[in-house]
Write a new protein. Structure first.
Length: 300
């Protein structure tokens, strides 16, 4: 499948999961909800592997790396992100998430010894500016208090571990590991870590009474986990974790469109400009638009 198609699939699905996740809050501990989501996703991947007779046997060193992905990308990323949203508004989270691209670039260079691609840095900078403009009115709601630093710290840690999980995934895929098998094992390890940490933290096992919980769980499992993470990891394999990470700058646009339809979000001039800048940054990051000094840097 081509990169533009994979990118679009991930953006459209993850942009819609922001709305679906809101139905997961309330009765069940958030970490357990994520664990349940990935548990069923892993079951689906297992059934697919058995049906297609795909081997799940992988070397020990790959298992260690996949456990690292499960810990970083599926456990710490989600757990810390949910914690951060208790203290800071989603606008700050969205703006800070754009920093993931920069973290990916650095970690990819340090851990994988792969070159820093100037187009990714330039594109990410445009994306950062665009996201800031989109959520500009929301920042007026921010009130300085002792908890905002805590929330920002949780968010920064979340994005660091997400980036680390991305880079480890790229290393695993560089070894020729199939995407489906890698996702199965990484999610399985993530379920184990999430469940143990949630129960150790005092979370109680509760059977939800709201039918919307189950509807959203089904969507998050099949589309948000199996399909989107499968497409995303294929992107990482084909383009690298630095370029693939740009999805975090584009899917908030889809979330805003859905919020307009279902929650009455009102667009403002800065938001339209911000969307245009994000899309421009995406075109630069993906190499669709060349900037003169980037050509020179690449040639060197």
């Amino acid at each position: 499948m081509s990169n533009p198609v994979l990118f679009s699939v991930v953006v459209l699905i993850w942009g819609s999961t922001w709305l679906a996740i809101t139905f997961q809050f309330g009765e069940v501990d958030s970490s357990l909800s994520v664990a349940i989501r990935f548990f069923f996703a892993a079951l689906i991947l297992l059934a697919y592997c058995k049906f297609k007779k795909l081997s799940l046997a992988l070397p020990r060193h790959i298992h260690i790396k996949m456990a690292g992905v499960g810990l970083c990308l599926y456990t710490l990323d989600y757990s810390l992100l949910y914690q951060s949203q208790q203290y800071i508004i989603s606008a700050i989270v969205a703006l800070m998430s754009s920093g993931m691209v920069y973290i990916n670039v650095v970690l990819r260079r340090v851990l994988l010894k792969k070159p820093i691609r100037p187009e990714v840095i330039v594109g990410a900078t445009f994306g950062l500016i665009g996201i800031g403009l989109i959520f500009l009115p929301e920042f007026s709601k921010v009130s300085a208090n002792e908890y905002i630093v805590l929330g920002i710290s949780f968010a920064l840690a979340s994005f660091f571990f997400a980036s680390l999980g991305n880079v480890i995934s790229e290393r695993i895929l560089d070894h020729g590991t199939p995407v489906i098998q890698m996702n199965f094992w990484a999610m399985s390890y993530g379920v184990l870590f999430l469940t143990v940490s949630a129960l150790a933290g005092g979370a109680e096992i509760v059977i939800p009474s709201n039918p919307n919980y189950y509807y959203s769980l089904a969507y998050l499992t099949v589309f948000g986990s199996v399909l989107a993470f499968g497409a995303y990891m294929q992107l990482v394999k084909q383009m690298g974790s630095d370029k693939a990470a740009y999805v975090v700058l584009v899917y908030p646009i889809v979330a805003l469109i859905l919020s307009t339809i279902f929650e009455g979000y009102t667009w403002h001039t800065e938001a339209f400009i911000g969307v245009a800048i994000v899309l421009l940054g995406n075109a630069i990051a993906m190499g669709k638009i060349a900037v003169p000094f980037m050509k020179k840097a690449n040639n060197e």
